[in-house]
Write a protein that binds this ligand. Structure first.
Ligand code: ASP
Ligand code: MG
Length: 417
């Protein structure tokens, strides 16, 4: 049994859905197809949600209309005669309108988010499942919220693997059909609430289902030909990395490579299930395989660019040393604001680090640090990471740019520029 995951970019229009259908049709054997919301529909639903919590009913209705038109155009192309999919769309729009008419939930923004955002996935999977069926690909549609169980941590729910296992095995039983279509990114609680697993979480869903159902492989169909050693838009000499150990994939996502959702590897590695990243535009090309290897894999230098960073330097107000107690204070403040350190460096009386720019929380964070430290910072800097660096690659990428911080380990060079 295999899992195929199609992201938003692969189902951003009718032609994408047709390509998906061709790929699924060609695959013989048992298959679970995990699909994200179409195109940028999750962003659009986020705008609906924001308008709702700001009580801007007019703007919410405008965004909802945009969502309806976007899907209606795809449906019109995919189903020139039937109107079941069009009715499905109207039902979803009515469901969203009903939520928009309700009072805001006392559980707060995150709960509102998880009530609205999942409609993107619910719609895309309905459309895909109907389209496959209409084109001779028998399949069952599974509403994953009943089977993949999570806690109530809205927007970033934790899936209970053990509680989900038996349920998922029953839902995807393969007794009377070879193919299933289901949603990525969303889950449900035992009391029937919908939850989401964090942005771009469909990869993670594919990995969780693979683990629960003992799949032989997960394939993530992307709009790029596999995992590349750089973004070809920034670095035209980029090449495809044909194979990569799990460990390396975890490191690359940690440094900010947007190859897969960072939580994807662990459920696969635990069961030794290989992950393929392939192009839905060029399904003949083999892409990248991520798995365990019993021999050394040579990897090219990998260039990862993290934009919009804030570089901070702290110095104790009394010029005392930055010793362990001071560092542990800094770390506990960082943890409280849920900020992730992207790079750090210390000297006798200073501590320098990089975090992502979160305009909503950084002013409070900096104010709190200022109570104990002198704080200097540069905003809008870039963090460049080069794994398996070569001097040549560093020269090509850094050139004569001003480097604010530089760090090298045996395998990784990082530059704040
Ligand atoms: N649709 C969700 C998002 O855009 C999940 C995903 O694409 O993986 O974040
Ligand atoms: Mg997406």
């Amino acid at each position: 049994m295999e899992i195929f995951k199609f992201g938003g970019a692969s189902v951003k229009d009718a032609s994408g859905v047709k390509k998906l259908a061709a790929i699924v049709k060609k695959h013989e054997g048992q298959l679970v197809v995990v699909v994200s919301a179409m195109g940028k529909m999750t962003n659009l639903l986020e705008r609906v949600c924001e308008a709702r919590v700001k009580k801007d009913a007019q703007r919410a209705a405008l965004h909802l209309d945009e969502l309806r038109l976007f899907h209606a155009a795809i449906i019109a192309d995919l189903f020139p005669t039937g109107n079941a999919a069009a009715r499905r769309l109207e039902r979803v729009v009515t469901d969203i309108e009903r939520i928009l008419d309700e009072e805001l939930s006392p559980a707060g923004y995150d709960h509102e988010y998880d009530r609205l955002i999942p409609f993107g996935e619910l719609l895309s999977t309905g459309i895909v499942s109907d389209y496959l069926a209409a084109n001779g690909v028998d399949n069952h549609y599974v509403d994953i919220r009943k089977y993949l169980l999570s806690d109530h941590c809205y927007r970033n729910a934790n899936v209970d693997l053990e509680a989900s296992r038996a349920r998922c095995r029953e839902a995807f039983h393969f007794r009377d059909v070879n193919r299933y279509v289901t949603q990525g990114f969303i889950a449900g609680t035992t009391d029937g609430q919908t939850t989401t697993l964090g942005r771009e979480g469909s990869d993670y869903t594919a990995a969780l289902l693979a683990n629960l159902l003992d799949a032989s492989r997960v394939t993530i169909w992307k709009d790029v030909p596999g995992v590349m050693n750089a973004d070809p838009k920034e670095y035209p000499a980029a090449v495809i990395i044909s194979q990569m150990p799990y460990k390396e994939a975890i490191e690359l996502t940690h440094f900010g490579a947007k190859i897969i959702h960072p939580k994807t590897i662990k459920p696969l590695q635990n069961k030794g299930i290989p992950l393929h990243a392939r192009s839905f535009l060029y399904p003949e090309s083999t892409g990248t395989v991520i798995r365990d290897f019993d021999h050394w894999i040579d990897l090219p230098p990998v260039y990862i660019n993290k934009e919009d960073q804030l570089l901070l330097t702290l110095t104790p107000r009394d010029f005392s040393f930055i010793a362990e107690e001071k560092l542990s204070r800094v770390f506990s403040i960082l943890a409280r604001y849920r900020l992730k350190l992207n790079l750090m460096q210390n000297s006798a009386i200073s501590f320098t680090f990089c975090v992502d720019n979160h305009p909503a929380i950084l002013p409070d964070f900096i104010r709190e640090l200022q109570q104990e430290f002198g704080v200097r910072y540069n905003d809008n800097v870039r963090l460049v990471t080069i794994r398996h660096y070569t001097d040549e690659m560093i020269r090509e990428i850094i050139g004569d740019r001003v480097v604010l911080v530089e760090q090298r380990s045996r395998s990784t060079a990082q530059f704040v520029i």
